[in-house]
Design a protein around this ligand. Structure first.
Ligand code: SAH
Length: 371
C-alpha cells in the first residue's frame, strides 16, 4: 500500500493529469509521505551515496575553497554561509573543520542551512554539534528566500551539492503540432500512474531554448523553473551584497535533449511512477541555463568544470597523500578508492560539474583559473 500514490491517483481522477513538476514535488517533499521528509536516504544501507559521504576530503577541500574566497574578498568580519540541502551535514562538518585553521573565519560566519526535512535537520544538528555554542548556532530555513531577505549585512557564501537535481522539472515533447507537456495521468483499467502528453501545444514561443527548438519530432526537452528562480536569486544577491556560490551536481554543460528523470532506491534504478515517496527522483542539471540566468542577473560565472578537474586543481591528491601518511592498511585502501570515485572520469569525475556564481568585483575563485 502506498498512501501518497493513492492520494495522487485521487487527485488526478478529480482534477485531470498533473505536470511532472507537481508529481516530483509531492514525491520528494509531501510533508508526511515525501521521500526526504520521512527518512535519511544516504549511505550503503540507504538509497544512494553522495560525494561528501564518500570521503571527508570532499568537504575539506570545499571548506578551504570557501576560506580562500573569504581571504580574496578581504576577510570581511561578517558573512552569511549558506548550504542548500545539507543532507546529513557531512559536507558542512568537514568544511568547518578545515576552515578553522584560518584565524577569524569561523567567528565571522552566520550559518544558514536550507533544509525542508525534519529527519535530516536532526542529523545536521548532530553532525555539527561540536561547533555549536550558545553564540554560534546554525539557523534552519525551508527556503533560500527566507535567508536572503535577512542576510543583507554581509556577503553570501553558498554551497549546494546535489540540491539542484532534486528540484522539480517539467518535460515537453516535440510532435507534428508543436511542443506538448508530458503529464502524469491514471491508467484506464487499473490504479497506476502513467505518463501522457497534453493535447495542447505550448503557446509561449520562448519557453523551449532556441538550441532545442530545432530538435526532431519525438525529442524531449526538460525545464527546471525552480532551479532558474533560485539561481537568479543567488546571482542578484551576490551582485548586490557580494560573495560567491558553488553549485555541484550531475548534469550537462550545454542545453541537451532527452528525458533524464530517474528514480533510485537501494542503489538501483527503478520505475519513476511505481512507488512515489519511496524512491529518490532526480534529473540532470542544465548548467547552461543556470549560467545564463546568473549572468542575466548581473553575476559573474566560472565553469562549469568537471568535478574531477576541480578537485584535482584544489589539491585532492596532496590531501590524500597527507591522510595516507597516517593511515592503517585498511584506511589506505579506502582513501585511494575515494579519490578514484570522486575524480575518475568513469566515476563521478566527469558526470558531475562545478559552477561558481560570484560578485563580478571579486577575483577568479580557486579551481577555475584558466578555465
Ligand atoms: N548535499 C547533501 C544532500 C543531497 S540530497 C549531500 O551531498 O550529501 C538533497 C538534499 O536537499 C536533502 O538534504 C533534501 O532534503 C534537500 N532538499 C531537496 N529539495 C529541497 C527543497 N526544495 N527545499 C529544501 N531542501 C531540499
Amino acid at each position: 500500500m502506498n498512501n501518497l500514490k493513492d492520494h495522487l491517483i485521487n487527485l488526478i481522477r478529480h482534477q485531470g493529469p498533473i505536470p511532472l513538476s507537481t508529481y516530483m514535488a509531492e514525491a520528494l517533499s509531501n510533508p508526511v509521505h515525501g521521500y526526504y521528509m520521512k527518512q535519511d536516504p544516504f549511505g550503503v544501507k540507504g538509497d544512494f551515496t553522495t560525494a561528501p559521504e564518500v570521503s571527508q576530503m570532499f568537504g575539506e577541500l570545499i571548506g578551504l575553497w570557501l576560506a580562500q574566497n573569504w581571504i580574496q574578498a578581504g576577510s570581511p568580519g561578517k558573512i552569511h554561509l549558506v548550504e542548500l540541502g545539507p543532507g546529513r551535514g557531512t559536507l558542512m562538518q568537514d568544511a568547518l573543520r578545515a576552515m578553522k585553521i584560518v584565524p577569524g573565519l569561523i567567528e565571522a560566519i552566520t550559518l544558514h542551512l536550507v533544509e525542508m526535512s525534519p529527519v535530516l535537520r536532526q542529523k545536521q544538528q548532530e553532525s555539527l554539534s561540536t561547533f555549536i555554542t550558545p553564540d554560534w548556532t546554525p539557523h534552519w530555513h525551508n527556503r533560500l528566500n527566507d535567508v536572503l531577505l535577512h542576510a543583507q549585512d554581509g556577503p553570501l557564501f553558498l554551497v549546494a551539492n546535489e540540491f539542484f537535481d532534486a528540484l522539480p522539472i517539467r518535460q515537453y515533447q516535440k510532435t507534428e503540432t508543436g511542443w506538448h507537456e508530458r503529464l502524469v495521468a491514471v491508467a484506464q483499467q487499473k490504479a497506476e500512474l502513467i505518463p501522457v502528453l497534453s493535447p495542447h501545444p505550448v503557446q509561449y514561443k520562448g519557453l523551449i531554448p532556441e538550441a532545442l527548438d530545432r530538435a526532431e519530432i519525438g525529442a524531449v526537452a526538460e525545464l527546471c523553473p525552480a532551479g532558474e528562480s533560485i539561481i537568479r536569486d543567488i546571482a542578484e544577491h551576490v551582485r548586490t551584497y557580494g560573495g560567491v556560490a558553488l553549485i555541484i551536481d550531475y548534469g550537462h554543460i550545454h542545453h541537451g535533449i532527452g528525458d533524464t528523470l530517474q528514480a533510485v532506491a537501494h542503489h538501483e534504478y527503478t520505475d519513476i511512477f511505481a512507488d512515489p515517496g519511496n524512491a529518490d527522483l532526480t534529473a540532470h542539471v542544465d548548467f547552461e541555463t543556470l549560467q545564463e540566468r546568473a549572468r542575466e542577473s548581473g553575476a559573474a560565472t566560472y565553469g562549469p568544470v568537471p568535478q574531477g578537474q576541480f578537485l584535482t586543481t584544489l589539491g585532492i591528491e596532496e590531501r590524500a597523500q597527507a591522510l595516507l601518511s597516517k593511515a592503517t592498511e585498511k584506511q589506505r585502501i579506502d582513501i585511494m578508492m575515494a579519490v578514484e570515485r570522486l575524480v575518475a572520469t568513469e566515476e563521478m569525475g566527469h558526470l558531475f560539474k562545478v559552477l561558481a556564481v560570484a560578485d563580478p568585483g571579486l577575483p577568479v575563485p580557486p579551481g577555475f583559473e584558466g578555465g
